[in-house]
Structures are given as C-alpha cells and as structure tokens.
Unconditional design. Sequence first.
Length: 310
Amino acid sequence: MSKSIIEAKALQSEAAAYAWVEARVWPQGPVCPHCGGFDRIGKMAGKATRIGLYKCYQCRKQFTVKVGTVFEDSHVPMNLWLQAMYLLCSSKKGISSNQLHRTLGVTLKTAWFMAHRIREAMRVVGVAPMGSDGGVVEADETFIGTKEGRRKAKSGYGHKMVVMTLVERDGKARSFQIEHAGREAAEKIIGENVSNEARLMTDAASYYRHGEFDVADHETVNHDADEYARYERDADGVEHVIHTNTVENYYSVFKRGMKGVYQHCSEKHLHRYAAEFDFRYSNRVRLGVDDVERTVRAVQGIVGKRLTYR
Ligand SMILES: [Zn+2]
C-alpha cells in the first residue's frame, strides 16, 4: 500500500519539519541571515535549546531558518506550517481559513494569518518576460466580487473587482489586480510582462483592438461573433491556433475557488489570492510538478519575504 502523505515525518514532528525546511532553504548548509556567513556556524544543542537554533561565530548572533522569512515571529510549530502549506499547495481551488482552523487545530485568526503568509511565499518575484521563446501568451480579464463601498449593481461591471491575467500556453500564469479593464491597464501590464518575441492572443475587446503592444504578433478572437478558435499560417508557413481558451480555463478554476472556497474576499487581499492560483497553475502536474514538489517550491518561496503587517 502506498504511504499516506499525512503520515510523513515532516508533517508530524517539529524537529523533522525543521530538518526538511532547512534542507530546501539551505541546500548547501545553514547561512546566517544576519551577516551572510556560512562557514563558522554551529548548531545549538542541549535540552533547553529551541529546535532549529544555530549560532554564527562570525557575527556571534543566533538564528533559525525562520529568520527573514514569512515564518518569522510566528509561534506556530514548523510541522503545522508544513501541513498548512501542503493543504494549500495540493487543493486545486484553495482551502478556506475555516478549514485550516478545523484541520490544524489553530485559532481561526492564526489560520487566516498562516494562509496569507503562505500566499506571500507563493508570490513570484523578479520574473523574466513571458513568451520570450516566441510562444503564445493569452491575455484576458475577469470580474469578481464587489469593490469596497460599492453597491452590487443589476448590470455592468463597474462595481466589481477586476483581475487581468497573462497565461503562457503550456507555461505559467501571472495575474494582476487592476482598477478598470481598459487600454491603459492592458498596455502597461503587457508592456511590463510580455516579451516582444511573444505572440499575443486576446479577445476582441476594444482596448485590445486599439491598444499598442510591442509583440511579434497580436491576434484577436471575436467571441461576440461566436468565434472561439481559428487557424492561421504565418509568413513562414507555420500554422497557429488563435484562441484564448487557456486563460479562460485558468479563470474557471480561479472563479470556482473564489466563489466556492473563499467566498468573501476584500479588495485589499485579492492580489494575494490571485498569486495563490497563479502559483498552483504555474506549478501544475502537466508541467511535471506534483503536490509534494509544489510544496517544496512554496517552501523555497518563504525566503526574503518577512511580513511586517499584523
Ligand atoms: Zn552571522
């Protein structure tokens, strides 16, 4: 019989959890977060010593692997952090703070902070332009929830929050919370994130038709005319399928998660939820990333993202 992941040592014992996280965050051995030193570090031992405590004999300061990460200043045992991370990484539509609270036995408030810190770990920083290999990048936007201080309107999208997403076909997703769907936002986000080698595909919204994008090619599909995909040959005779189904599939998971699991999301936090769905999509099974490897990648994302808000 296959072994249950829930029985993994790193999810059950705090010492094993520390060792597991240290091996991922410090693959070459411990690094002092205070001075960057790595060659004069000793592990603190003794009965009264905290788990995972090290001392740097270069700067004479002590540290654990939590210092300088989203786990800093948290008293949650490391194995519970890993349990929460595994749950968030392996649940396609996310997992509510209420569920984390019940499953992990922490307070609802703690569960909420843990989930947001894990989303921060999932946030991608300093990334290269999308589609730089000449691949397809699909762009679209979706409307979600209600903006703060706005009443739900019978029609139109003015009261809703807007997320714009770029998805590389066979690749990653990157989402942005924007104020209005329009030419300004589309040009800025595509300009900052899409390579000029990329083939951009969008729907036929006017801001896409009239926008100026520095890309190798920009094709639109006209959903209003019931056009969902078409085939076109480029100057080199290569056939391309023009559609935005990839980004729409991304949104179907995102919206089911936001409606079914997260339900009420404030404008202030929407970008964090978007980062969570981007992370799972960009590290999905089809790209060779299973639930455990996805958790490893989230753990590697804790570094350098210490959160100071509370
Ligand atoms: Zn040091």
